[in-house]
Design a protein around this ligand. Structure first.
Ligand SMILES: [Zn+2]
Length: 331
């Protein structure tokens, strides 16, 4: 019989739903499985998938590792949007188009385990702190660059949630008072410049003005097909225009990160998401911008790192947050 305790981790993404089983004491996730979230079906259909996938994953782990049903001690669920953690309610998720949905109670009604719900960027940040690029650090800011820009802040091994579970929204800090319109309704948020769709939109604008670039060929002159991923692809083959777009992106992110560093003085900043594929084309200008803007002692004290768990930080972090909440972790 196995002495191991396990936690199920669930990452509800705007695009993909991923479920895995994580050792409560730490270790890589097992029995990972995913499918399209397809949130338009409504939250009940997604909850049905979560429960089915969690049961399958637990069965698979038991088949391989042995052990009993009681060895699974909880389930952590990461979900986009502001979360009321105390009540386990998704207050509003523009990505999923869910509102005031009692996610924790709905999952808990169908499984035998206690359920802990947190924001998806908090989960990814916690995953990178617990088992990824930020292992062993005392203070860490995580920034997820995808459809939006999310963030999380860990101090002394605990997520900082703030007064209403909203702490860490670095993507919606203002970097330009009268700048680009953001999905949140404000103008000039970091997200409006450096999220995946914003990178694509900025690239497209230059192409429409006649910039020469391999991007034209990559999308067969259908500029609406330009995405952040095609921009990274062009950067990696040495395209000058795309590299310029990436340098600008790095400056925007660098400004946002310098704001976070000056505010929080973290030991580590972890950047997560497809944007890290641009490698040194991102990190060299980004770090230069941070040095230009952050106080030197704080910039010196901070390591800025790419994520180490690009596909699983959300699952690992959701499980880790649940493990901590359920008293399975020290600290
Ligand atoms: Zn915003």
């Amino acid at each position: 019989m196995s002495e191991q305790r396990w936690i199920v981790g669930v990452d509800i993404g705007g695009t993909n739903l991923v479920v895995g089983v994580v050792p409560a004491a730490g270790g890589p996730p097992r029995a990972l499985r995913g499918r399209a979230t397809d949130a338009a079906r409504g939250p009940e259909a997604v909850v049905t998938d979560i429960v089915r996938m969690a049961r399958e994953a637990v069965r698979e782990v038991r088949d391989v590792e042995g052990g009993a049903a009681a060895d699974v001690v909880g389930i952590g669920v990461g979900c986009p949007g502001p979360i009321d953690r105390e009540n386990g309610v998704v207050v509003e998720s523009p990505n999923l188009r869910w509102r005031d949905y009692p996610l924790r109670d709905r999952v808990e009604a169908l499984v035998d385990w206690p359920v802990v719900v947190d924001n998806d960027a908090n989960c990814a940040t916690y995953g990178e702190w617990w088992q990824g690029a930020g292992r062993g650090s005392r203070s860490l800011v995580g920034i997820t660059v995808g459809t939006g820009i999310g963030g999380g802040y860990i101090l002394d091994g605990r997520l900082v949630h703030g007064a209403s579970d909203g702490a860490g929204e670095v993507g919606h800090t203002t970097i330009n008072l009268s700048g680009r319109r953001c999905a949140c309704g404000n103008e000039g948020c970091l997200e409006a410049y450096a999220s995946g769709p914003a990178i694509a939109a900025r690239a497209r604008e230059g192409l429409e003005l006649g910039a020469e670039s391999v991007l034209h060929a990559l999308v067969e002159n259908e500029l609406e097909r330009v995405t952040a991923a095609t921009v990274y692809e062009a950067v990696l083959v040495g395209d000058q225009y795309a590299t310029g777009v990436m340098t600008e992106t790095a400056k925007f992110l660098g400004a946002g990160i310098a704001n976070a560093i000056n505010m929080l003085n973290p030991e580590v900043v972890v950047i997560m998401g497809g944007v890290t594929q641009a490698g040194e084309h991102l990190f060299v200008p980004l770090k230069a911008e941070v040095r230009r803007r952050a106080f030197r002692a704080m910039a010196d004290a901070c390591r800025i790192l790419p994520a180490e768990l690009p596909n699983t930080s959300g699952v690992v972090g959701a499980a880790g947050i649940a493990a901590a909440e359920l008293g399975m972790l020290g600290g």
